[in-house]
Structure formats: structure tokens, C-alpha cells
Design a binder for this molecule. Sequence first.
Ligand code: CO
Ligand code: ZN
Length: 332
Amino acid sequence: MLRDTLKTLLEAYGGVGSEHGVADVIRGLLEGHVDTMKTDVMGNLIVEKFGTDDNGKRIMIAAHMDHIGLIVTHIEDNGFLRVTNVGGIGVDMVRGRHVVFENGMNGVCWVEPKETGTPTLNNLFIDIGAATAEEAAAQVSLGDVAVYAPNVFNLGKHRVASPAMDDRCACALLVELLQYAEEQKNTIVGVFTTQEELGLRGATVAAYAVNPDIGLALDVTAWGDTPETKLPAVKLGEGPAVKIMDRSMVATPAVRDALFSAAELAGVKVQREVLAFGGTDGGAIQRTRAGVPTGTLSIPCRYVHSACETIDMRDMEGALKLLLQFVDHVDI
Ligand code: CO
Ligand code: ZN
């Protein structure tokens, strides 16, 4: 069940650069469902599910395991931690938030009072309940990464809110695709990537190694359907979105059109997406070697990079149906 797989993946720790816990969970879920499995130097988990057609294509499908967070830069004499961001996370989003470290240690984020101007990450600190630097240093080291504490809950009948929805919802989709695809024509190379939030770093080396015929990234996209928010023109519950463009790539028209065709075959409604900011692993796949025809399928997500990223399960179910058709029919 997509909802169960999603929940399992949302609960795993995967701070940027420390994604192996998520990879372990995925390995367990894919045992017996894929033909090969390996982890590369960057920590990417790369799996293959062979297609039935000797002339079939190798389709690299990427979903990133990393989760934005705060990295410890300094421990103060009174035991508070100073941090900087790993990925796009801001002061306004973390104030008062519960965070956790890989070893399970809890923390609370707060911002020191400031006389003038808006607070920056330099004004942020994490309280781990320690009274001295020694006490803190016994539990945490410089370079440790804190992420929003796992917290998955239903919002109404169809929606689920949680931190790490970006991009565990896509990891869940890719896991289920690999579990459910049966005798598909093309070979699926599923790549669970690392360090996407720092600039598509995992996908960059994985795409080079995989050398695919076709590329596809799965990621969340922003929303335009809450009060006074109008861009992009993407709504929750209206289906997955086929990306036309973002700041990392212009989707290859043939892949984009193959996604529309797969949606039609699956009887799934889709949205068109133009995102004026951000990027996905698709940008790295498209520009590896001499270039790879690449597209991105997006899950509409509200409040991206907050602790309450919200998606609609109907969009997830639509995406899975679409992907099952895509891997069987795409031929570029
Ligand atoms: Co992100
Ligand atoms: Zn993402």
C-alpha cells in the first residue's frame, strides 16, 4: 500500500549527506523485487529491474533520499548549538520546531532576540537540554545534521502532512513502481539519490555511471492553491504534474509527450507545470555525457521545505498508474 510505504519512508532519518538509513529501509522493501542492487561512492542506491524486450531502453528514474536540515558549526559554552543550513531551510520555518539528530537526540530551534532587522541563520540556535559545552559535546559533534522530527498525520480524507515529503513521497512511488511493474518492456534503473538539496550532487555521478537512454526525475513541486498564492498553476488533488520547465532544465519534448501519453493510457488526469524557481535531479540526468532525453513528473506539495509538507494521495496513486504505463510503453 502506497500510504504504508510512504509512512515507513517518512520515518527514516536522512539528513543531507547521511542518507544511508533511508537506503537501508528501501533495500528491505525492494528485496526480491529487483534484479540488481548496489550503492555507489556518493551513497546513491542504484537498482535495476530488467525489461522483457531485448531492444528495450534503459530508463533511469531518480528520487532523492536526502532531507534538508541544519548542520552544527559551533557549540557554545552554555551548551547551545549554532548551525548553518544544508539545503533550503530558513529561520522563519524552524523557529519553535522539534528537530532530531541521527543518533535520536532531540532539539528545539529558537532565535535570539534582535534589536533591528530580520533574524538570519546566524541568530538561530538549537537547545538540546545541555547546560555546558562539555555536556553538549558528549552527545553531538560539529558536522552533525538535525532534521525536522518525523511527524506523519492525515489531513482530511485524502491528504497527508509530514516533514521530508520532499522527496520521500517520490521514493515511495519509485519503490512501489519497482514492486508492481511486471514484465515491463523497458529496463527500469531506479536511483535513490543523495545530496539533491545541495545541487543534484548524487544524481550527477549516478547518471554518468548508469548511462541511461531516457531519464526521469520524481520530485515534489510547489503549489498555487492556498490563500493569496497563485504560482505555479498547480493544485493538490488535480493529478501529478508533468514538468515543462524549471531552473534546472527544459524537459525534453519527447519525454514530456511520452508522460502525457502514459497518462492517457492510464486514464489519469495530469497538470502542466512551469516552475519559476528550483530544480530536480532531472537537470543532472539531462546533461550527463552527451545528453539524455529527460523529463520530470512532479507531486504537487504545499508548504515545501516546512515541517508540514502536504500532498494528496490521489495524486500519488495517479502517478503510480502513469509510471506503470510509462515504463512499458516509452520508446524514444
Ligand atoms: Co527540496
Ligand atoms: Zn525535492
